[in-house]
Design a protein around this ligand. Structure first.
Ligand code: MF3
Ligand code: CO
Ligand code: CO
Length: 257
């Protein structure tokens, strides 16, 4: 098990990669409208990452993934594949997950978008999921454990009568897209690895309106949906552990953190 503790120089590069990933989410926001396809959103992001940012979209060809971003609509939990046939309609909720590589380092972040008018129950799922991420970020500092992070997320999600997806988790990140440790979104306080300064990882809770169980598409081998086809939401940030807390590397301008 190798945890890559980042040097000051590495962290400077992670800061750049994180900012670029956040910028893509800000750039794409106005394009998320009823009638647009997720294939079109993918093309816009791809062009922006490659031509404007002079960076690399990490998902493209990652373990065979065919597109540059992940787009997960409604009951799709994560890893949705953009397609020209998937047209957004009013009432949809959409997660866009962006990972860029710049100067050898990754920045990984996702957010939820509401398409047109979205029912209040869906808005509430989105809000509670974001609160789970923020509550977790709030406690990150040297000396806490991975179980502390998981516990905060599980506690808040379940207190709101949602379930937490267990098959997919946050992860160490740096020169490698998914490195150790695994950051589970459930757990018990004081258990698991202790966090130290210089670690970089994501937290990316997925909450379901119904049961926690997931289904992986046999057709495309990527798309993960809720087994009961009820809604799911996810938010993700990349962070670095500092001396007394953490710095969110993928913070957007609409966030205080
Ligand atoms: N960005 C996703 C994550 O948060 C991973 C996507 S892998 C892909 O870890 F191949 F589906 F793009
Ligand atoms: Co991630
Ligand atoms: Co991601």
């Amino acid at each position: 098990m190798t945890i890559h503790i980042k040097t000051a120089e590495d962290i400077s590069k992670m800061r750049v990669a994180g900012k670029l990933a956040a910028d893509v989410l800000e750039m794409i926001g106005p394009h998320v409208q009823p009638g647009v396809s997720t294939g079109e959103l993918d093309r816009i992001c791809h062009k922006y990452i490659v031509e404007v940012q002079q960076a690399v979209p990490a998902p493209l060809n990652y373990n065979g993934f065919p597109k540059s971003i992940c787009t997960s609509i409604n009951h799709v939990i994560c890893h949705g594949i953009p397609s020209d046939g998937k047209i957004l309609k009013s009432g949809d909720i959409l997660n866009i997950d962006i990972t860029v590589i710049k100067d050898g380092f990754h920045g990984d972040t996702s957010k939820m978008f509401c398409v047109g008018e979205v029912p209040s129950h869906a808005q509430r799922l989105i809000k509670v999921t974001q609160e789970c991420l923020y509550k977790a970020i709030d406690i990150v500092r040297p000396g806490i454990t991975l179980g502390d992070i998981g516990h905060v997320i599980q506690q808040h999600g379940e207190a709101n009568n949602y379930s937490i997806v267990r098959e997919y988790c946050g992860h160490g990140i740096g020169r490698i897209f998914h490195e150790e440790p695994q950051v589970l979104h459930f757990g018990r306080p004081g258990t698991g690895m202790r966090i130290v300064e210089g670690m970089t990882f994501t937290i990316e809770p997925m909450l379901n309106a119904g049961s926690r169980y997931t289904k992986l598409s046999k057709k495309d081998g990527w798309t993960v949906t809720t087994k009961d086809r009820r809604l799911s939401a996810q938010w993700e940030h990349t962070m670095v552990v500092s001396n007394a807390g953490c710095e969110v590397l993928t913070r957007r301008s609409d966030e205080t953190l």
